[in-house]
Design a protein around this ligand. Sequence first.
Ligand code: SF4
Length: 165
Amino acid sequence: MICLRITGTMFYYYFVCQRKLWYFVNNITLEQENENVLLGKLIDESSYGREDKQVLIDETVNVDFIKDWKVLHEVKKSKSIEEASMWQVKYYIYFLRQRGIKIEKGVLDYPKIKQRKEVLLTKQDEKEIEEILHSIEKIVIQEKSPEVIDSKICRACAYYEFCYI
Ligand code: SF4
């Protein structure tokens, strides 16, 4: 039984870095100051002007837009952490289907490089998502943050100074 409201961002951070997830849920947020995040927001705001955008579902997940309530889209500025993006979209499909919205598939949009990637949700993915949701719950209630991951992605992370300096 999942009792926390687990957002798409939390799900994404679970795959990027669990320490980042922990910082985020503990309200240590530096994202607005990070140039990479600002660039991502600009792309979000300028690329899909004619579509209905940013659909907030059940006050928990914020989907970039949903075409005909069948195909959901998530806009990303780069493919750098694509596995995390893919799982975020799978989680959105799962979340909406759980609430009776018959989403057929997801699409990751990369307007900056003019590419798209289709994302499907399998039965096996659903089981994995349920396990991941439990893992996220365990991480967010930990008293101490998880260890630094010492990865090349750290250099572009808003929490870099917190972790290394
Ligand atoms: S700097 Fe690295 S270890 Fe620290 S939160 Fe960011 S990604 Fe995680």
